[in-house]
Every structure is written in C-alpha cells, then in structure tokens.
Design a binder for this molecule. Structure first.
Ligand code: DP6
Length: 358
C-alpha cells in the first residue's frame, strides 16, 4: 500500500485595528502601508483545511464547504499551491535525496468554514492561512510562520496575519520581490487575555464592492490615501505596538477607532465613492462614542473601541469585564427582532494557525 500523505490545519479570522487598504503590487499583493490585527478565537470563526498528495491524482483539486471550486490558471489559489510545492522542493527534497518527491504529486484540498460564508465576515483571511498551514504540515516544511506568511499573503493580503495568534503586524516591506513583506507576532494572546472582541452582524448581505477592487480604485483616485500612507500609518503602527506591549487600552481604543474612521474616509474619498457602513453601523458608532464619553466624563477611561472592515458589521474590542454591559446595550438599542440587526458573537484572541492532525 502506498503511504498516506495527508495533513489538516485550521486558522482563525483576524480583524485589523490598523487597516490594510491599497496595493503597490497587485500580483505579489504588496501593500501600500503596514497593518496590525488581532486574531480571533479558534473555536468561533475558523477555516479547517485538509490536504492530500497522491501520485495517482491527475490534477490539483479544491472543495470549499463540500463544493468543487475551480483552481483557475494564474489565480491566487494556484499561486499559493505552486509556491508551497516550490518551497517543499527547495527546503526538503533538494536537501535530502531520500525524501519523497511530494512536490511532483497533485494535491486534493478540502476546506470548511465553521461560520456561514454568507455572514458577511471575511473568510479569505482564515481560508488562505489554513490552506498554507495544511500544505506546510503535509510537506513537513522546516520554516517558520513568517516565511509561510509570504505565501498566504499572495492568496489574500490579510491572510498573512492569520498564521499567528494574538496581536500581529504585517510589515509592508520595501523590496520589489516582496521577500520582506511578511507578518510578525507583536504579542501572543496570553499577553493580554482580557482583550475580547464582540462581532455585531448588522447585515449578512454580500457586500457591493469587494476589498480587492475597492482598494485598487482608492489607490488610483484618492488623494487622502497618499496622506494616510505617508503621514499617518507609520506613526500609528509604532503607537499601537507600544499600546499593546503596555496593555494600554485607552491608546489601543483611540487608535483603533481613528484608523477605522480614516479607512472609511479614504473609501469615501474614492472616485466613485465607496460606502461600506450603513445607518445601523453609524448608530453603533454613536452608541460606543457615548458610552466612552460618559465613562470619561466621570473620570473613567475608554471602555470600548469599534472597528469596521469593508462591510457594515461592527467589531467591538473591549476588556472582558465590560463585555456583558456592551452586549446588553447593543441588544437593547438594536433589537434583533427589528430586523436591522442579526447577531452578536463574543470572541477573543487565540493561537493562530495550528496543526490538527496528520
Ligand atoms: C478592510 O485581504 O481581503 O479587511 O488582499 O485583495 O485579498 P486582498 O484584500 P483583503 O483586504 C482586507 C481589507 C480590510 C482591512 C484589513 O483586514 O486589514
């Protein structure tokens, strides 16, 4: 019987607190600015992927949530699979002539999300991170997560950050081949376990403008993006890193909300303008602003921070101690029965991509 070459890995979703928006190279997926995110809990929103290599397979194939998904030539998917095979050859087979030539076999890949893809929550970040992690285990690659992030980045930019748990920076890099555009862990989840995230599903409609096409239009038309790239993000990356290291929630909250606001401002500054938030999203902002104002007026601190990606759903970061109060406030002001609000999910940082079994 031929040996069984198969491995499974999972990776969670991550939500940026300093947003990636804009590419300087669309093929290699090199960003116009660095970004920083928090990886969410493995148990709630994650992709799990099994890869199998077999000399009998006649082509590479992929199943997404049980349905066949075409691997188009020159697609991001094909790039990731090809790059992983290349890495296997370079780091294993070229060094050990006895190692099985798995890089020459076709692979079959099956990936599942444990959350509805229609929930309006980005599945490409966890999906490409889990794909790369599972192929890395299958190929027994002697490389670290930052090296793998160079490949998952080429699947979807934000996917490079899901290879780590906790607090993760994607350093934009300066090289034109992308070899220094990778993810690093700023702090593990254990560093700040009180940090929790609440996801408020405002709408599960498919968004109008995808991140990929929206950010390209912003790069081509927004003067505000140029200001953000040069004058705003570099300082914010430093301040955010410090805030995380110091577990300084006041600074974390201020920067998180300011960066979400500026990301949506550059979307609006795009020609034609892009609107990702809706009236409910803006009402949740007003609620969090008021909640923080009341606390600070009474000599207290920031209690919560909102952030929005390329859609109307809110993510609220807050110390765990405040979460019950925040969830009840949101449920009281936005009754799910009214139909303008779908769900509240409580989540928090976890361990990033991990090997499940072989
Ligand atoms: C608003 O990573 O989905 O969520 O690289 O084109 O696949 P592509 O884009 P993607 O963009 C994510 C944009 C964002 C901000 C972020 O996650 O940093």
């Amino acid at each position: 019987m031929s040996p069984n070459y198969q491995a499974t890995a999972s990776a969670p979703v991550n939500i940026a607190v300093i947003k990636y928006w804009g590419k300087r190279d669309t093929k290699l997926i090199l960003p116009t600015n660095s970004s920083l995110s928090v990886t969410l809990d493995q148990d709630h929103l994650r992709s799990t992927t099994t890869s199998r290599a077999d000399p009998k397979f006649t082509q590479d194939r992929l199943w997404l949530n049980g349905k066949v998904d075409e691997i188009k030539p020159d697609s991001r998917l094909e790039t990731c699979i090809t790059e992983m095979k290349r890495l296997r050859k370079k780091t294993v087979e070229d060094k050990d002539p006895k190692a099985p030539k798995l890089s020459t076999y076709h692979v079959h890949i099956a990936s599942y999300n444990n959350f509805p893809t229609a929930a309006g929550l980005a599945s490409s970040a966890s999906g490409f991170a889990a794909l790369v992690a599972s192929l890395s285990h299958l190929y027994e690659l002697p490389v670290d997560a930052s090296t793998l992030s160079l490949i998952s980045r080429q699947g979807s930019g934000s996917a490079c950050r899901s290879l780590f748990g906790g607090f993760v920076a994607w350093q934009m890099g300066t090289k034109s081949d992308g070899s220094d555009s990778l993810a690093i862990q700023v702090a593990p989840e254990s560093h700040w376990p009180e940090m929790h995230a609440l996801i408020c599903v405002v709408s599960d409609d498919k968004k109008g403008t995808s991140s990929t096409s929206g950010m390209q239009r912003t790069v081509e038309t927004s003067p505000l993006l140029q200001h953000r790239i040069k004058n705003v993000v570099p300082e914010r990356m430093e301040k955010m890193t410090r805030a995380i290291k110091d577990k300084d929630f006041d600074s974390f909250a201020k920067i998180t909300m300011a960066d979400s606001n500026q990301f949506h401002a550059v979307a609006l500054d795009t020609e034609p303008p892009i609107f990702y938030m809706n009236d409910v999203s803006r009402a949740i902002i007003a609620l969090i602003v008021e909640y923080n104002r009341l606390s600070r007026e009474n000599g207290g601190r920031y209690k919560a921070a909102y952030t929005y990606d390329a859609g109307p759903n809110a993510v609220v970061y807050a110390p765990e101690a405040n979460m019950k109060e925040i969830a009840s406030l949101i449920i009281a002001y936005f009754p799910q029965k009214a139909g303008d609000f779908k769900d509240v999910l409580g989540l928090f940082g976890a361990e990033g991509a991990k090997d499940i079994n072989k």
